[in-house]
Design a binder for this molecule. Structure first.
Ligand code: DHB
Ligand code: FE
Length: 286
């Protein structure tokens, strides 16, 4: 049976890709951010996931404003990246797990989520930057199932809807017959706004509230509307929808084992968390 070992959430700012390419890990600007991944590396080396289900938002590489699904699930055997114009290296391709993808797609549709199924899907910096941060080595040791959530073109799905999407994915993972160790990933956030009068907006207090609530009380966050969220977290702070879905997919008792928060990275309040799912936490306590 598949087992959900835990969740990782990470910011996906493209400038991180440039800093990695230029080996700036120890520069004063970057060090507090990259140091936040030391524990992530230790945890991943210990937990050895086989597959990562990644909730993220596409920024115009695969979907554009002409056609933008609310929820889209990748069902490809390989996912390619392309130049998005950020001046960062094009990332290597990532292997997919089509059998798991179709299992999740079947379960989501049975749960009345009208998702878009993508047998061909480019992945943008929102997947490749967190992958590079989590596994900085020569190869990526997991297969992925990318699940894209629209955080770009309003109306966006609600926080509650994204939490439920994650719950549906979590339930489906638990009924998957293959013996896989599954990591659930969310990318994006926390507060940031890239354009308009409030460009550069960051809200540290609200970010702290989100970081606290996402662990033990994600339901509490569902009382905010999308428009509240834009006001409180900035226009692109709505990427937190991906975090809600990740949290929903964690089925057991959840423990936060790592948190790093650093402002700013580019225009963004950068945050990294590692959450363990009950059975993993219990095993290490034993
Ligand atoms: C930045 C943040 C993002 O989430 C993104 O997708 C692109 C850029 C930034 O802060 O520069
Ligand atoms: Fe983004």
């Amino acid at each position: 049976m598949a087992r959900i070992i835990g969740g990782i959430a990470s910011t996906h700012v493209p400038a991180i890709g440039k800093a990695i390419a230029e080996k700036k890990h120890n520069d004063p600007y970057w060090r507090p951010f990259f140091k936040g991944f030391d524990y992530v590396h230790y945890w991943l080396a210990r937990e050895k996931p086989d597959v990562a289900v990644i909730f993220y938002n596409d920024h115009g590489l695969n979907f554009f404003l002409d056609k933008l699904p609310t929820f889209a699930v990748g069902a490809a055997s390989e996912y390619r990246n392309e130049d998005e114009g950020w001046g960062i290296p094009v990332a290597r391709s990532v292997p997919g797990d089509p059998d798991l993808s179709w299992h999740l797609i079947n379960a989501l549709v049975a749960d009345e989520f009208d998702i878009t199924m993508c047998q061909d899907m480019l992945i943008d910096h929102a997947v490749t930057i967190p992958m590079t941060l989590m596994w900085p080595g020569e190869r990526w040791p997991v297969k992925i199932v990318p699940i894209s959530i629209n955080t770009v073109q309003h109306p966006l799905p609600s926080l509650a809807r994204c939490l439920r999407l994650g719950c549906s994915v979590g339930r489906a993972l638990e009924t998957y017959a293959r013996d896989l160790r599954v990591l659930v990933v969310a990318t994006g956030g926390l507060s940031h706004q890239l354009d308009g009068k409030r460009a550069g907006f960051i809200n540290k207090d609200f970010d702290q509230l989100c970081l606290d609530k996402i662990v033990n009380d994600p339901e509490a966050l569902t009382r905010y509307s999308t428009h509240d969220w834009v006001e409180l977290a900035g226009a692109q702070g709505v990427e937190f929808l991906n975090w809600m879905a990740m949290r929903g997919a964690l089925t057991g008792r959840v423990t936060q084992v790592h948190r790093n928060y650093h402002i700013p990275i580019s225009n963004t309040a950068a945050a990294t968390i590692v959450l363990e799912n009950a059975s993993t936490a219990a095993r290490h306590a034993a």
